[in-house]
Design a protein. Structure first.
Length: 471
């Protein structure tokens, strides 16, 4: 799992600091004994995974063993280097204000507790080594997810194959630099991580199952779609705002990468890194990437400045379709039909401001047409009416195909502020384009792998002029 902790509002930036990690099954009975790595077995897996994945290691990848406490200390130390407790407080509060987290949640402690219970191994691109966490055998989510295996020791090989695939991604595609380039866009960050996790998941499972054919690929994707149920049974008290992005990277990421694999094998997967998905929506609805690429809007929020005098901008980011869906499901029910509105998401930008102990949020969410925007404004208004206390003013309004949201004290000036924000802000929707990733390879069916069917492409988005909220 490729994760970093620049913004603490969401799991996509929270779990691991600039580290590629996986919350998989226990720490390799065949690979670790008494805190010592079986280097012979590790070398065997290392030699075979590069053949299976079709990429050679450019440099060695040392394996080290850490206790659970040592591994957690590494994560806490990186957290402290990257962010202060004030940053964590703002992340938890802003997530609660939008409806992503429960009010009063301690983001730091809940995240560290989740990591402690689930992380069994990770690849550290800073030190270029793989860390195995000792004593995680029966604690993590993926121990049950890997139950299709007949022999428990095979799980250790799967962990190593998965993590070594992350090392190959680091050496060949520079995945961490790619993540650094999108540090101001959590949604794009999540899309990249879904690509990396989907790749490593297919590689790890495929390796221990002897290859990716019709049967094995179907079993992998079926198992990945079962992760939400498995996670809920094992860790039911984890807030959805933390669990949903983590599960998404594996379940939806594996499906997304499997489509490329079906079309052109590992060369097609490699091609994804040159033109990666840029939104969680493209991972959720692969037609928006593979059939006709619909990139998200570029949104510049302006005109608010006089109404935020004395406020400090604490964050400038994008939530994306996955977190919008999570907010709806968390507050209106996991089976809420309103969650389907995110399919019409076209982009968003959210600003978080701080003044003394108060926070304020200004957020623009763009949709593909005005009807979708009006519907979302009604849905989200109903959510804010449920979660906002009497001391937290809020306003929601739609115009053309965009929604403007204000939460916090400046929302009291919404009637004067909104016209200025609509007038000064800019929303640019890139036109649909041909998918670039497949153009770099010879598209072909992989023998023995079933075609993964995509639904019919959605209707053309509304004219871009209608998506620009100018007076």
């Amino acid at each position: 799992m490729t994760l970093s902790i620049r913004h603490f509002r969401r799991l996509t930036r929270v779990m691991l600091p600039a580290i590629v990690a996986i919350a998989v099954a226990g720490c390799a009975y065949a690979l670790v004994n008494g805190g010592v790595v079986d280097q012979s077995k590790a070398a065997e897996v290392r030699a075979q995974i590069q053949k299976f994945r079709g990429l050679d290691f450019l440099r060695p990848v040392p394996l080290v063993v850490k206790t659970r406490d040592q591994a957690q200390a590494m994560l806490e130390a990186e957290m402290a280097r990257e962010h202060s407790d004030q940053d964590l407080r703002i992340g938890g509060m802003s997530g609660a204000m939008t409806g992503l987290y429960p009010r009063g949640m301690d983001l730091k402690s809940r995240t560290l507790a989740l990591m402690r219970s689930q992380i069994a191994a990770f690849y550290d691109p800073h030190d270029k080594q793989m860390v195995l966490v000792e004593g995680q055998a029966d604690r993590s989510l993926w121990n049950r997810a890997a139950s299709m295996m007949n022999h428990r020791d095979i799980v250790g090989e799967m962990i190593l194959a998965h993590e070594l695939t992350h090392a190959l991604q680091d050496q060949h595609f520079h995945i961490e630099k790619m993540l650094d380039s999108v540090k101001d866009n959590d949604d794009r960050d999540l899309a990249l991580k879904s690509l990396a996790e989907g790749d490593a998941t297919l590689s790890g499972y495929g390796y221990v199952m002897g290859g990716l054919n019709s049967q094995s690929l179907d079993a992998i994707l079926t198992r990945m779609q079962d992760l939400p149920r498995i996670f809920a049974a094992q860790s039911g008290d984890v807030p959805m705002g933390l669990s949903a992005p983590m599960i998404f990277q594996y379940a939806d990421g594996a499906r997304f990468v499997a489509i490329a694999y079906e079309r052109g094998g590992w060369p097609a997967v490699d091609a994804l890194y040159a033109h990666p998905p840029v939104s969680s929506l493209q991972v959720m609805y692969p037609n928006d990437y593979y059939e006709r690429r619909l990139d998200p809007a570029k949104i510049e929020i302006a005109g608010y400045e006089p109404f935020f005098a004395g406020w400090r901008k604490a964050d400038d980011d994008a939530y994306g379709a996955l977190l919008l869906r999570t907010i709806i499901r968390r507050n209106l029910g996991a089976d809420s039909p309103d969650a389907g509105i995110v399919e019409q998401w076209a982009g968003d930008r959210i600003l978080v401001f701080e003044k003394n102990a108060d926070l304020a949020i200004l957020w623009i969410v763009a949709f593909r047409d005005a009807d979708a925007a009006a519907r979302y404004a009604k849905i989200y208004g109903s959510i804010l009416s449920r979660i906002s206390g009497p001391g937290t003013p809020w306003r929601v309004a739609s115009k053309n195909a965009a929604v403007l949201i204000a939460i916090g004290p400046p929302a009291r000036e919404f009637d004067r502020m909104a016209p200025e924000v609509w007038r000064a802000s800019r929303i640019f929707i890139p036109p649909p384009s041909a998918p670039a990733a497949m153009s770099t390879i010879q598209a072909r069916a992989t023998p023995g792998v079933p075609a993964i069917k995509l639904a019919a492409p959605p209707a053309d988005p509304a004219p871009r002029a209608a998506l620009t909220p100018r007076s």
